[in-house]
Design a protein around this ligand. Structure first.
Ligand code: GLC
Ligand code: CA
Length: 577
């Protein structure tokens, strides 16, 4: 988890030349929704379906205790089906003391009572299946909660059969921890446990002791957990924090490097406790178990190095979908920057996985918005990650243009890192606020008091109102998702970059032998005249037909050899072949 820089300061000041939204985007027709995306290989459904991340605390509350739950999610499946997503990834919903809001698991084979029961879960999977929506769970592989019975047994004595399930070491003389490693969440990485006088290692909060993956029993236990859920019909897992699975058993100090982190600590080069090569052995084993059930693995693979990202695919025998965060971290609407990132993955020869937002980073609305044209910018980003060749992972609420809603007072902060790092680090509450359903109290998320507050903007930005507004971000998402499913070039086509290094417009073709779609994203407030945008592609067409656009009617004809784009315009055109 790497949290990201706040708002991108907008340079451009502009008012859009009056909206020309003559005929706005329409949602998918029934036939498209009823049909799973056709793909060459049905086992590779995950290449074409959009994966929708749900933070269960915040999606929909069915019993008015202020916390979202599984029955809440089930009640919104029709919405998700109409939206057009093919899978939901639910962040951890297992029993947990909720120190890290579920990422501290105390039982891997149950549902936390605050979210419901195993029966509720089974029903959710069955109901989702009826709507062609698969369920992906979140497997926290690196650590458990300190309340997990494995850890309770492990800490009970040095001779406990579970002692070696975690990483225990004597301190250094003088009451010092075994080495200088730091936990990501602001403390040292070692905590002294008085029961045995030894330290245990934790990469995240002290309440999240690291499992010892060098112990085959641990490995087996986690593989068994994965099979338990596959048998229940789970379509795959998002694997949490995979780069932290192994540590150098000799525990050498990490070198201290230049600079300080958000908690004011000197930075370290984490060579001894992160990204160890053994990670890939573990991933291969997790993948083998997944293959027994035709399941998919999505990796939380934070890296800014394409070679490292590529390693997570293995030889097709590790993670099918390692998330590309380099793309999401562009953090400004910049055609050259996105072009560069797309080229990196395309050249790497891997199946791309594009992510714009999640529960650990500031919402795209705030990261990319300029304060004036946020709607147009949100649509541009949507068009980008939903029309590229690759799997798209979207975060709940992005389809509404939900904003980050950071706490303004330390005492309101729920995420512990926000309390520890205040005010520089405000924590992740802002991107985890309740889904906005209706223009009502608490956005219709709950009849009680929501665990995090709903911003005032929810009165206009919500599913109900946006559904009726043909020009809304929501309807644009629906249109894009329907196109992704139904248009062969968007489903199967390759990616052909156009317009060289144009500073303002990101242009590309998605192309199969029989179909072609031209995507033009004016990421600037200039008004470019594009001549011969198809030059060099071998395509002869002079006229195209609008499939989706923010400032033109669908089905309108476009002269492809001379197109003038409006500021921030999105234009997606079918090119006859
Ligand atoms: C991942 C999760 C994050 C969590 C951390 C520790 O980065 O996305 O929310 O805090 O792992 O489990
Ligand atoms: Ca609830």
């Amino acid at each position: 988890m790497t949290r990201n820089v706040r708002a991108y300061a907008a340079a451009a000041v502009l008012t859009l030349l009056g909206s020309a939204d003559a005929r706005p985007a329409q949602a998918a027709p029934q036939e498209v929704l009823d049909q799973p995306s056709a793909t060459a290989d049905p086992h590779e459904w995950w290449k074409h379906e959009v994966i929708y991340e749900i933070y269960p605390r915040s999606f929909a509350d069915s019993n008015d205790d202020g916390i979202g739950d599984l029955n809440g999610i089930a009640s919104k499946l029709d919405y998700l089906r109409e939206l057009g997503v093919g899978a939901i990834w639910i962040t951890p919903c297992f029993p947990s003391p909720q120190v890290d809001f579920g990422y501290d698991v105390s039982d891997y084979e149950q549902i936390d009572p605050m979210y419901g029961t195993l029966e509720d879960f089974d029903r959710l999977v069955a109901e989702a299946k009826k709507r062609n929506i698969r369920v992906i769970l979140d497997l926290v592989v690196n650590h458990t909660s300190d309340q997990h019975r494995w850890f309770q047994e492990s800490k009970s004595s040095k001779s406990s059969p579970k002692r070696n399930w975690y990483i225990w070491r004597d301190g250094k003389p003088g009451g010092q921890p075994p080495n200088n490693w730091l936990a990501l969440f602001g403390s040292p990485a070692w905590k002294l446990d008085p029961t045995t006088g030894q330290y245990y290692y934790h990469f995240f909060y002290p309440e999240q002791p690291d499992l010892n993956w060098r112990n085959p029993e641990v490995e087996k236990a986690i593989l068994d957990v994965s099979r338990y859920w596959y048998k229940k019909g789970v379509a795959g897992f998002r694997l949490d924090a995979v780069d932290t699975l192994y540590e150098d058993p000799k525990l050498p100090d990490n070198a201290v490097i230049k600079g300080t982190d958000k908690f004011g600590r000197p930075k370290q080069d984490e060579v001894h406790n992160r990204r160890l090569p053994e990670v890939h052995d573990a991933l291969k084993k997790l993948r083998k178990a997944a293959d027994e059930y035709g399941a998919v693995l999505v990796g939380e693979t934070w890296t800014n190095d394409i070679a490292e990202l590529k390693r997570y695919y293995g030889n097709g025998d590790e993670v099918q979908l390692p998330m590309n965060f380099m793309f999401g971290m562009v953090n400004k609407l910049s055609a050259p920057e996105f072009r560069k990132q797309i080229k990196l993955v395309e050249d790497a020869g891997v199946w791309p996985v594009y992510v714009i937002s999640n529960h650990d980073i500031v919402r795209s609305w705030n990261r990319y918005g300029d304060g004036l044209n946020n709607d147009a910018i949100a649509k541009s980003l949507a068009a980008l990650y939903l029309t590229l060749r690759g799997t798209a992972v979207m975060y709940y609420g992005e389809e509404l243009g939900m904003e980050n809603n950071d706490p303004t007072r330390r005492e309101d902060v729920k995420d512990p890192i926000g309390q520890l790092g205040w005010p520089e680090e405000k924590g992740r509450d802002g991107e985890r606020t309740p889904m906005q359903w209706y223009p009502r109290t608490h956005a219709g998320f709950t009849g009680g008091t929501p665990w995090l507050p709903v911003p005032a903007s929810a009165m206009t930005r919500n599913v109900a109102l946006e559904s009726y507004d043909p020009a809304s971000i929501l309807n644009f998402y629906k249109r894009l998702l329907a196109l992704r499913r139904s248009h062969p070039a968007l489903r199967e086509g390759d990616y052909v970059p156009l317009l060289g290094d144009d500073p303002n417009v990101l242009a590309y073709l998605r192309r199969t032998n029989d179909a072609a779609v031209l995507v033009l994203l004016n990421m600037s407030t200039s008004i470019p005249n594009l001549r011969d945008v198809l030059a060099g592609t071998g395509l002869q067409a002079k006229l195209g037909r609008v499939l989706a656009a923010t400032m033109r009617s669908e089905n309108a004809t476009v002269p492809v050899d001379a197109i003038t784009l409006r500021p921030l315009e999105v234009l997606i055109v079918e090119i006859p072949r």
